[in-house]
Structures are given as C-alpha cells and as structure tokens.
Design a protein around this ligand. Structure first.
Ligand code: NAD
Ligand code: TYD
Length: 337
C-alpha cells in the first residue's frame, strides 16, 4: 500500500509514519506537511533514509499539489490540522481553513484518484463535554471550542461525502494523546519541560477537569487497525479508558521528577473549558485493538524521553512560544469572583 500521510511531521502523524514503515515492510509513505510551528521534520529523522519514505512540504489546501500526490498513492490518512484549543480561542480562522477546507481538498483528490480508503483522524472533543457515562460513536457531535468545531465540521463533510458519493472513509476519534515528540504546548510536555526548568506548571481553573490520556504509540496502532481492519463508513473511538485531572497530571510530573509541589500554579480558567471527555472504545476493541499502557507507565517513559531529548524540545521553547505563553496564561480570578 502507498500511503499519503498528511500532517505526518506532527506529533501523532510522525509516530504513525515511523510505526507504518517499521511494521509494514511492503508499504511506502509520502508525507505532506506544511511545517507550521507544530510541524518538525526532525520527528521524521528515524525514517529519513528509508527508500520507501518521501517528504513533501506543502499545504493540504493546495489543490494542485494534493491531486498530484493522491494520484501517486492508494490511501490518505489525514492528520494535518491546527490542533491546540487555546490557539483556536485566540485565532480560529486557520483552524477552519486547514481542518475543514483542507479535509475537503483531500477528499476531492481521493475521489478523483479513486482511492479505496480514506482515514480522517478526528478527536473525542467533537462530542463536547460529557457530564457522565462515555461517548459512543452514534452520539451527537456537540463541539464547544473553535478547534473541536472545526474537527466536527470536517467530520460532517466526510459524512456528506459518504452519503452523496459512497466515499470510502473511516473516522477515528482519539482521546488526549501524549508521548515522545509532542510540541510542548499541550499539558503533558508543557508540564514536563517547565518542571525540568523549575518553572511553574499553569493549571487552569481548579484543575479538576479530566481527560482520558492515551499513549501515542497506541493511538497510532489504533489508526492502523481502523485503516486495515475497520469497516468503510464507520467511526471508531480510541480511548484508554482513564480519567485524569489537571492537578493529577501536575502532581505526577512533579513526583516523578522530584520537584516541589510549590511549582503548581493555578491560573485563570480556559474559556469554555470542557470539564470531561470519556470514550467507549468497544467498537475498535472488537476488531483487535487493545491499549495497555497505563497513565503512570506512559508518563514515566515520556518523562524519560524528554529528559534524554533536551536538544529536541529546548529550541521549540523560544520566541513565538513565549509570546503565545504570555498572552495565554493569566493570573487566577480572585476567589468568589
Ligand atoms: P500537531 O499539531 O502535532 O501536528 C499537526 C501537523 O499538521 C503538523 O506537522 C503541521 O505542520 C501540519 N499541518 C498543519 N496545517 C497544515 C496544512 N494546512 N497543510 C499541511 N500540513 C499541515 O497535531 P497532533 O497532536 O499530531 O494531531 C494530529 C491529528 O490528530 C490532528 O488531526 C488532531 O486533531 C488529531 N488528534 C490529536 C490528539 C492529541 O491529543 N494530540 C487527540 C486526538 C486527535
Ligand atoms: P490540552 O493538553 O490543551 O488538551 P485539550 O484541551 O485538547 O484536551 O489540555 C488538557 C487538559 O489540561 C485540559 O483540561 C486543560 C488542562 N490544561 C491546563 O490545566 N494547563 C495547561 O497549561 C494546559 C495546556 C492544559
């Protein structure tokens, strides 16, 4: 199989590329990536010299380029996205362009090239916050941030293409993912790298919002399972099944790095902060995907990776990173306000 992996220089996409070339010796991969602030060609260093691998820098909204690449491949796995909720609150426009219009461009190219399968990598955030129980695939999409709305918008287009053109798409909805090579703006790499530098760990609100953390290696194998064994026209949840609060993440990082609890800093809550996500992943488990890596085990190995790869993350925490950081994090509202 020849795969066109869009957004393959990002966090989850690059893990998927490294895994595919390792596990599927007959496959070839073309990565199309714009290399935004979150994209990093170094994430693909381990496969750079593999003759089955090719990197193309470009935008998924570029119709000419996308059509050319689709005609030389068999399937598209679409990871390309603007992916950070806080940035979507500040500047939603690029999210709508890349996440929605970009997905449309890719589907048009896949249709013209008569691809037999298309994987849209989506997120549990499309369900919106879940007060109790766990989301199943047929639940309504009720996104609440510009990021999750743009991902849900892409999903609705995928659904329209399925119904209108028999478009052979599979959608995966992964939960919060962590592990090596994650740009240090999401909570886990941010807290690890801040703690290593004895900087405060900014916890939104009261720190009780929970997420279901999934190790990136298991997110990648989940997408691989959906691609190869999933049923066209079907959506698949991919979650580990845990519930971990912001404070718990901070406490665990500080404990494992033997840093003082005083580094915890409660800051003003994120507007519209979804309090809880929870996925029921029975459907993908039924076709053979079972995540095993507990939060404790995965966090420990992730911390080890960041300790050993300072040369990877330290250059990322400069310039624009701190400009955004200063704009984003504000002191907590006074108690009772
Ligand atoms: P990321 O921000 O690390 O990577 C996104 C990649 O897409 C980057 O390499 C970037 O350069 C590229 N990109 C952005 N705009 C592009 C464009 N217009 N054209 C081509 N390339 C472009 O994100 P990630 O965490 O790896 O997430 C990948 C996908 O997985 C996203 O679709 C995201 O919605 C989904 N997802 C992520 C998580 C998570 O916790 N990280 C969880 C569930 C789903
Ligand atoms: P994040 O990693 O941004 O993922 P998402 O919002 O897409 O789920 O945030 C995960 C959780 O951690 C979420 O409840 C918000 C919280 N959080 C903090 O408390 N502080 C931070 O600096 C960040 C980035 C997130």
């Amino acid at each position: 199989m020849r795969l066109l992996v869009t957004g393959g220089a990002g966090f989850v996409g690059s893990e998927f590329v490294r895994m595919t070339l390792r596990e599927h010796p007959d496959d070839a991969v073309v990565v199309l990536d714009k290399l935004t602030y979150a994209g990093n060609e170094r994430n693909l260093d381990p496969v750079r010299n593999d003759s089955r691998f090719r990197f193309v820098r470009g935008d998924i909204c570029d119709q000419t380029l996308v059509h050319e690449l689709a005609s030389a491949t068999d399937v598209i796995v679409n990871f390309a996205a603007e992916s950070h909720v806080d940035r979507s609150l500040e500047a939603p426009g690029q999210f709508i362009l890349t996440d929605v219009y970009g997905t449309f461009t890719l589907m048009e190219a896949a249709r013209e090239a008569r691809h037999a399968r298309f994987v849209q990598v989506s997120t549990d955030e499309v369900y919106g916050e879940v007060d109790s129980g766990s989301s199943v695939e047929n639940d309504p999409l009720l996104p609440r941030s510009p990021y999750s709305a743009s991902k849900a918008g892409a999903e609705l287009l995928v659904n329209a293409y399925r119904a209108s053109y028999g478009f052979p798409a599979v959608i995966t909805r992964g939960s919060n993912t962590y592990g090596p090579y994650q740009y240090p703006e999401k909570i886990i790499p941010l807290f690890i790298t801040n703690a290593l530098d004895d900087l405060p760990l900014p916890i939104y609100g009261d720190g009780t919002a929970v997420r279901d953390y999934l190790h990136v290696s298991e997110h990648a194998t989940g997408i691989d399972t959906a691609l190869r064994r999933g049923e066209v026209g079907t959506d698949y949840n991919l979650g580990f099944g845990g519930e971990t609060s912001g404070v718990t993440v901070a406490d665990a990082v500080l404990r494992m790095l033997e840093k003082p609890a005083a580094l915890k800093q409660f800051v003003r809550d994120r507007p519209g902060h979804d309090r809880r996500y929870s996925l029921d992943s029975t459907r993908l488990r039924a076709v053979g995907w079972t995540p095993h890596i507990s939060f404790e085990e995965g966090l420990r190995s992730t911390i080890d990776w960041y300790v050993d790869h300072e040369e990877w993350w330290r250059p990322l925490k400069s310039g624009e990173f701190w400009d955004f950081y200063r704009r984003n994090y504000k002191p907590a509202d006074p108690v009772g306000s």
